[in-house]
Design a protein. Sequence first.
Lengths: 690, 319
Amino acid sequence: MSGDQSPRLPEGDRPWMMRTYAGHSTAKASNELYRRNLQKGQTGLSVAFDLPTQTGYDPDDELARGEVGKVGVPISHRGDMAALMDGIPLGEMNTSMTINATAAWLLALYIVAAEEQDVAQEQLQGTTQNDIIKEFLARGTYAFPPAASMRLIADMIAYTVEHVPKWNPINICSYHLQEAGATPVQEIAYAMSNAIAVLDGARARVAETHDGANGAGASEAQKLMEQVFGRISFFVNAGVRFVEEHAKLRAMSILWEELGRERYGVQDERHLRFRYGVQVNSLGLTEAQPENNVQRIVLEALAVTLGRDARARAIQLPAWNEALGLPRPWDQQWSLRIQQVLAYETDILEYPDIFEGSIVMDGLVAELLEGARAEMAVVAEHGGAVEAVAYMKGALVDSHRERIRRIESGEQVVVGQNRFTESEDSPLTADAEGGILVVDPAIEAEQIDDVRRWRAERDQGAVDAALARLAELARAEDGKENLMVATIAAARAGATTGEWARTLREVFGSYRAPTGVGEAAAAPADADLSELREEVSRLQQKLGRRPKILVGKPGLDGHSNGAEQIAVRARDAGMDVVYEGIRLTPAQIAASALQEGVHVIGLSILSGSHRELIPTVIEALREAGVSAPVVVGGIIPEQDVAALREAGVAAVYTPKDFDITRIMRDIVELVGAGSPVPVAATGASATGSA
Amino acid sequence: MSEDGGALGARLREGDVSAAPAALNLLESTADEDRRQSAALLKELSPTALEGEATGHVIGVTGPPGAGKSTLLSALLRAWRADGQTVAMLAVDPSSRRSGGSLLGDRARIEFDPSDRDIFIRSTSAGERLGGLAWATRAAAHALAAAFDIVVIETVGVGQAETEVADVADTVVVVVQPGSGDVLQFLKSGIMEIPDVLVITKADLGAIAMRAKRDVGAALRALGSSSTRVLAVSSLSPPQGVEELIAALREHRAGADLDARRLRARRANALSDYTHEHGEHGLRALGGRPAAERLLAEQDPSLDTAALVATLERRAGER
């Protein structure tokens, strides 16, 4: 920009797309919510699916218990999708779907819903999140093993680039990496490595379908590959250190362009642009003095809007009360209004890039680029992102532990949580439900009836044939059949989410991702822990065995960061830790507790299903004859604590209990207060002699 | 308050697998009263009490991290259960003891039906004891072999690990993945003892797995071992080689002189326990290791490990 020009753009930029991550209870209730949100000036949809839908189970599956309609909307078949989009013109709407393992299925349902509105798939616009590597790393809603998952992604890319050309088939997510504790360097490096794995897979897929050895086929394949590159978008995070966060996004756009040119031979400038949507940071939102989250969210939004050269295409902001429970429509409206004030009241859209030429910004970007390139090289040495999942997971657990250590020690200030904690009572949380949305537990039974009725009323022969065809193609030796067409046919025939996923699970097998806790480094020599270790050692003398704790997550919620940190800290404190990971049934937890002879059980739930699941787990434990105390951690609203205690929970920890060492001390005390040797056998015929 | 060890031992002897968790709680405990109860438990399972050796097949499974042990064990577990066999699995975690604590993650990697009461999986840490399986693990394997059809001891590592397992197991299986050249080197250099069964995983990789199988077979022949079975297995669906592996394990056990092997194991374990308790000084009191071994060899074959340790302690006291 030369000096004699106006510092303003000749014409202000159009605002970014404004969305709210929303959906709960039923398709009908969510449809009403979407329509209201659109009336309030929201410009796109962002669909939150419940965990059974995300992991491929119908509402009547054993694993779905307590989770139906909780963190999102349950969509079991094309009837549900039609109800969800009822009265919303799909030819004009831009819909983002947070869906991964079952993305191919939900896109198929969306395409069929559009057909029913007489809208051709060529017209559809939107995004399926579809990033499975970050599910293995951070979010946990995977369904199939890595190779099969990557194949489904490649199938979707190859299909959409030809038949749904305005669709973004995948959003490479760095968002969840930051939520899992990633540093900015890790966030950039792992997201880019992930993109490489996806693009390499897509390149192979495209080459196969176009006999891309040489001649016309090859140039056609290269042309398509340019389009594929252009359709890959990102879904990023932004924390409260918003200057560095902005630098991170500039660094990502530089790396992306470089990757396109050098690795994939992309020349068209339009395809080389780094496009991203954003949901700003939830990890940093606090339960203590939750009103402070509003200013955090505003500042984080600046990270992705301030500089024009790295501005978000679409933004959704979390609500102020996310650390308390599920947000209500009013809470979400507040966050939409933040976006609207930024876009329509401030002047940020009137200028060219305001950081151009900034020495500080350029320096930050250079620093991040250097770190990210080095970390990308490490991932490449492991053989790429798919092979490096265990390495990256371990690194994230380590970073998160460091973050928690800084907060515990006060090095990192969190206002209202570890500093300036004196507070007046908040009128925001004064109502009977504590200022959050409570999903009616009757919803689950309704949805179970609904899906059973659907199965009874459809043409079963057509469904069976469609699923058999899908299985046959999935099983085909060469793995070259694109599964999208058969998936769309199954959606049209009336198959359910659970049936589609089960068909593929039977072919591909199921999978458990690495937990990362085994890879996490041993604790540094730490004075804070030595006292605790002595206590553990005394407890060991008393028990005769080293204190043993079972840590796991019941239900479908895959957010395992908290459970991992508890597991690592318990080990560092000197306990034997049986870490069971995610998606455990009550029967699994009971069997493990019994067989392992643990002294205490730690359960973590963030999905809001604790009221249903925890009592069931405790019942299963007591039935198995396990008397060890149970502690629960997660997003547990204050008003639910009493009920959990009544069900037999010894202690409940929520996000405001950020000091893990203190939690450990409680647990050690709890075990010490109990019977010296817990009786752990069913039908033990003797009660002992000492 | 301790469990009654004698009663637990009797239940195991009668094949009551539900006694396993409480039995392990006792055997792992170092509290004085628990140790007394442990002794009572093991006494109920001595060769005399059992009128012979425990009937369970103790199988040691070892191999480097990432070789596919957990996936293989999941497949074996399925096949054994389909065949109606009861299975106990002791997963030994080698993690370092800097803090004293350990993360026992193996259980999560093995797939099984949690409502199936004829499967018992216990994770244990290798413990403070260097150069050997924890006392509790050896005692547990012995005790569980009286109640379960199959007892698996899973350890991680290549080199020392299978030597330790060999002191407890009837059959030692080493699991390697194709392309792990270090296993070949360990075999050739003698760092690693020759296993009874060697499994190459990831047979679905095809040519690479077949070449690994040939190489390992050639190395074993060069070392003069003709008895080691080498098998290639794929645990991926559809599994290949799992049935063959199960048959090979069964054949090895049928072919081995089980009584002699168990007896040798008891004597080795007794010496190891004695040395752990009394150290080099204790060994000198017996006139050195060879003298101690001779003394053990003279004892009644039906004596259990505890009785053998007591014999050594008595002799040391006499000298």
